[in-house]
Design a protein around this ligand. Structure first.
Ligand code: BG6
Length: 517
């Protein structure tokens, strides 16, 4: 974007209303964020808009800086123009104001760098020179194969000081072996407390609210076990397709992209024992125990306990959309799954014998992430004309997104004379109605937690490896038994086999189409 065009955007933004959130004053020490993969999709879509929000809200010291690093030949000026373009594209207009944009862009620099070669490292050192009192964060938004090499390069270039930390984007590796290798290589350079393995689901407000719901209320814990809960469903459904990330996605598939990290981390928070204190290691210790207690899905069980799917052309948001195989960057005979559902258990005292169903997919009927806790029926009905089966069992739905909130489905008496008629009613707690303030993006919180040096909401090395250990037999089984992904039409709830899997257990998925905001 030429300078004049950039100026025009800034001027246009000047007319937009500022977000109107009181500036709170810096909550973290000054920092330099160096983003490897500085021209990538994640950087423009999530990292920079989130960093902008922290600057705008006055949460960071104004001297803090962001340095994009990538192979692309580009001047700092041109990079800033692309950043501005990304902010206007990915943030609502009322979250942008010209003064904050100008101040934010002034703190952005760019270094053209060859992560594996020698070019650009002196330039990066020069860009960081003089900021030795700043916390130095190296954010690796690159392919995981080069996490280790980049760390070694940082070390050789003498860029790591005692205030340095490294952030690793998921997925950490492609399987257990590569994850171990990455953890080993990065661990040769950075100590474990300085390694932040990000899973942005842990930064979502409603995922953290799960901790509040479970451990800041006495109501739920006595019932939070397989004696009172019949099963749990965790769904992360998306309406988007692969969105220009075909090259990465086609190698990964939904199991690696979503289940190994986001869904298992959410499952851990649902199932873990109360930590004695909300301290980093005690929370991570409890999550690890769940990952280690997950009932293994043996290779020969994959056909009964997992379903893979791949979308075909269909309709999403009223528009015709292509099938997965016709998306850019996808090989024409790709066997990557864009949908997975599975059934597992947690083998411990609290959850013995009770299934957890997980499901995620792209191009599904609606965008929704939710946890559904299905309680058991009452043991006996006192109501004439209603058997205990006719009293609809309670269900607690924790909406992660959109319309974040908690919904408790309960039986209630229908008003009016003429006998006691019962029907299901829902008690709704909507977070946006209750807390009338902006819900920050998950990355905002997590990016600042790195600067604070607080890894509670990040994955520890052993957690990542335990998750891969559980995932690997599923991948092996799919390969060994040549389980192809079953086709499903874009805009539906995935392959019918997924419905059949849960219906074999006389249960059904909680499918509600919700309007996207
Ligand atoms: C990312 C996955 O980790 O999470 C993407 O790589 C997915 O494929 C995204 O779309 C979903 O995140 P959110 O926050 O939009 O639910």
């Amino acid at each position: 974007m030429p300078d004049q065009a950039l100026q025009d955007v800034v001027t246009t933004l000047a007319a937009a209303a500022p977000i109107g959130q009181a500036k709170r004053g810096p909550t973290v020490p000054p920092f330099d964020y160096v983003i490897f993969g500085g021209t990538g999709d994640l950087t423009f879509r999530k990292l920079l808009p989130s960093l902008y929000a922290t600057f705008r809200d006055g949460l960071v010291e104004a001297s803090s800086r962001i340095i994009g690093a990538s192979r692309a030949a580009m001047s700092a000026e041109a990079y800033r123009a692309r950043v501005l373009e990304a902010l206007t594209r990915h943030l609502p207009a009322d979250e942008l104001d010209a003064e904050s944009c100008r101040a934010f862009l002034a703190q952005i620099d760019y270094v053209e760098l060859d992560a594996l070669g020698s070019g650009g490292w002196n330039a990066l050192a020069a860009a960081l020179d003089g900021d030795n009192d700043h916390v130095r964060v190296f954010y690796l938004a690159t392919s995981p194969d080069i996490f280790g090499p980049i760390c070694r390069q940082l070390q050789n270039a003498g860029l790591i000081n005692e205030k340095s930390r490294v952030v690793l984007e998921k997925p950490i590796g492609h399987d257990l072996g590569t994850a171990r290798q990455i953890n080993h290589d990065v661990g040769q350079v950075f100590a474990e407390p300085a390694i932040f393995r990000i899973d942005h689901y842990l930064g979502k407000e409603s995922v953290q609210n799960l901790l509040a719901l479970r451990f800041a209320n006495s109501l739920f814990d006595p019932l939070w076990n397989s004696r009172y809960i019949e099963h749990v469903q965790i769904t992360v459904a998306e309406t988007v397709g692969v969105e220009g990330r075909g090259g990465y996605y086609d190698r990964a598939g939904a199991l690696r992209d979503m289940v190994q990290n986001h869904l298992l981390q959410v499952l851990c928070l649902v199932a873990m024992e109360p930590p004695s204190y909300l301290a980093t290691e005690s929370v991570r210790d409890e999550k690890l125990k769940i990952l280690q207690a997950l009932g293994p899905i043996a290779r020969e069980e994959v056909l009964q306990r997992t379903v893979r799917g791949q979308y075909r052309a269909g309709v999403s948001h009223g528009k015709a959309v292509p099938g997965y195989l016709d998306e850019p960057g996808i090989s024409p005979d790709s066997q990557a799954e864009t949908f997975v559902s599975l059934k597992t258990e947690v083998h411990n005292w609290r959850w013995a014998g009770m299934p957890f169903y997980l499901r995620t997919g792209k191009r599904l009927a609606t965008k929704t992430s939710e946890i559904v806790v299905q309680f058991r029926p009452v043991p006996h009905s006192i109501f004439p004309g209603y058997s205990s089966q006719e009293l609809v069992p309670n269900k607690l739905v924790l909406r992660v997104q959109p319309n974040e909130g908690v919904h408790l489905h309960m039986m209630a008496k229908e008003p009016g004379p003429g006998g006691l008629r019962l029907r299901e009613a829902v008690l709704n707690l909507s977070f946006s109605d209750t807390f009338k303030q902006r819900f920050p993006d998950a990355y905002e919180r997590l990016l600042l937690d790195v600067v604070r040096g607080n890894p509670t909401l990040f994955m520890r090395r052993d957690e990542v490896e335990a998750a891969w250990r559980w995932i690997e037999p599923i991948l092996d089984g799919w390969r060994e038994f040549r389980v192809p992904p079953k086709p499903y039409v874009a805009g539906t709830w995935g392959p019918s086999a997924s419905v059949a899997m849960i219906e074999r257990d006389f249960r059904s998925w909680h499918d509600e189409v919700t309007p996207e905001r």
